[in-house]
Design a protein around this ligand. Structure first.
Ligand SMILES: [Zn+2]
Ligand SMILES: [Zn+2]
Length: 224
């Protein structure tokens, strides 16, 4: 199991392009058959394959980018439009909403895993996330607007967004792997290291998440 999930986040391109033999299908064996909840333009909203709690989703671009900082210049307007739909829809279904991203850089590509940009959506208190990251000593900047994220293109960073504000933490210092999952694990009271996506795959929670969001309609589905 650990081996199967090792490169879980590099599998997005295959999965998004409709390839059937994916890590997701190997683990979930058709129940459910897919994990896309909503789509619009260049972005998709998926359930996290190894969710930390109900409502743990991923927002990602269909094109391959290393981080949201890399795509914000070209897709920023689309993204703003998507957020104005997704935020109220998410809050109605799952309560509060915090966005998290570990923005990767080319320097981090040296390993076998190439990251496909994604934001985590979690129904946790973002102020708590900010407090824990700040307590770990990472310097940060509050963005005046999301477009400023472009200045972090090519650099490693951690992003935390909630209540319309986005804070970017310097990610130069090596942190434990899956650092943001470990922070959310602390907030949710998940014992260390059971937030590791390869150690525990909470399949029932993914299924509950898919069920609770099943009434979401994608613009494409409405058009069809
Ligand atoms: Zn990709
Ligand atoms: Zn991630």
């Amino acid at each position: 199991m650990k081996h199967e999930l090792r490169c879980v986040e590099s599998d997005f391109c295959n999965e998004i392009s409709g390839q059937e033999d994916t890590t997701f299908s190997a683990i979930y064996e058709g129940n459910p058959p897919g994990r896309v909840l909503w789509e619009s333009g260049n972005f998709r909203l998926l359930a996290d394959m190894s969710p930390l709690c109900p409502g743990h989703l991923l927002l990602l671009p269909i094109e391959h980018h290393l981080s949201f900082a890399d795509l914000i210049e070209t897709h920023g307007e689309t993204l703003s439009g998507i957020l104005s739909t997704v935020i109220p829809m998410y809050r109605e279904t799952f309560g509060r909403l915090t966005f998290l991203e570990h923005g990767s850089s080319l320097a981090m590509k040296s390993g076998a895993c190439i990251s496909h940009a994604h934001w985590h959506l979690l129904p946790v208190d973002g102020r708590g996330v900010d407090a824990l990251i700040t307590a770990d000593g990472l310097p940060s900047n509050l963005l005046e607007h999301l477009g400023q994220l472009a200045t972090f293109s090519g650099k490693p960073y951690f992003l935390c967004g909630h209540e319309g504000e986005f804070r970017v933490y310097n990610g130069e210092r090596p942190m434990r792997s899956q650092y943001l999952r470990s922070v959310v694990g602390r907030i949710l009271g998940i014992p260390d290291p059971l937030w590791d996506y390869a150690l525990v795959v909470r399949k029932e929670i993914l299924r509950e998440t898919m069920d609770r969001a099943s009434h979401w309609r994608t613009p494409l589905a409405d058009a069809g």
